[in-house]
Design a binder for this molecule. Structure first.
Ligand SMILES: [Zn+2]
Length: 278
């Protein structure tokens, strides 16, 4: 890594910058990875932690194995704390978080046997292509209505729960399969399936009503020299894209004096998110 002298063509936040060398394979990891029918999940869950670890949680779990990427849990707990503070409701149940490839294979097989392969594919992703394998996605259910034997999800986008659907972006989450976007996502609308993408990106996707597919195509156009800037309730952020190289390592231009995160997009590159307020 090398520090470089200021350059006139770069925006203020990059006046002091350096190159971070990342493993090119890391393009398959991070909170912005795209996993859908065209983009397989390369990992099988990273940095997983059980949601049982939080003794003060205001939600239920189907069982003690429910786990998510550890970066996600604090923001999810914060969202559920705020939901509880407003409504005093503890009915929300996390029905499913991380799912292994093996579990996904079983789910898909059972669904295909029950409704046929074509219809099954609109509800359940084939093994290797489920967001649940990332550890960044989860399904909500309602504890009071669970166990009716049908196995169906009872969570709906109706009060008071609609507060979650309406406010989740403020905690870094998106509703991954929105109504009316089935042609883009490849899945029937699911009011219960949420995905963590990080705060700045969730704000942008909410503001522009974009699915993850659309958002990632959009962000690709932005460079470090001319980034996408978003102003949020919690400060402003600059986002830009760096294409992955064909080599083992990729150099990513980053600011020296601002904090930032780098996530792969699982579609050939990296997205840098810079916090402009520190
Ligand atoms: Zn789901």
């Amino acid at each position: 890594e090398s520090s470089e002298e200021s350059s006139l063509s770069l925006p203020d936040y990059l006046q002091k910058h350096e190159y971070q060398i990342v493993d090119t394979d890391d393009q398959h990891f991070g909170e912005l990875i795209l996993v859908n029918k065209e983009h397989a999940c390369v990992g099988n869950g990273t940095m997983l932690r059980s949601l049982m670890d939080n003794d003060d949680r205001h939600y239920a779990l189907t069982d003690k194995t429910v786990s998510l990427n550890q970066e996600v849990i604090a923001d999810f707990d914060r969202m559920m704390d705020d939901f509880y503070a407003i409504y005093g409701d503890t009915d929300i149940m996390v029905a499913c978080g991380f799912r292994s490839q093996e579990v996904q294979a079983g789910l898909y097989r059972r669904e295909a046997e029950s409704v046929g392969e074509e219809e099954a594919a609109l509800w359940v992703a084939p093994p290797g292509y489920s967001e649940h394998q990332t550890g960044y996605a989860f399904d909500l259910n309602l504890a009071g209505h669970y166990g009716d034997g049908s196995g169906n999800i009872s969570y709906e986008n109706v009060p008071p729960y609609s507060w979650i659907n309406e406010n989740c972006s403020r905690y870094g989450f998106i509703l991954r399969y929105p109504e009316g976007r089935e042609d883009v996502t490849g899945f029937h609308a699911e009011s219960w399936h949420f995905r963590y993408v990080g705060y700045a990106s969730a704000c942008l996707m909410a503001e522009y009503s974009m699915t993850l597919e659309e958002y990632l195509s959009f962000v690709r156009r932005y460079t470090a020299e001319d980034p996408l800037v978003v102003f949020t309730d919690n400060g402003s952020y600059a986002l830009y894209y760096t294409e992955a190289t064909e080599y083992a390592h990729t150099s990513v231009l980053v600011p020296s004096d601002y904090s930032y995160t780098i996530s792969g997009d699982n579609a050939g590159g990296f997205i840098v998110t810079v916090s402009l307020d520190n």
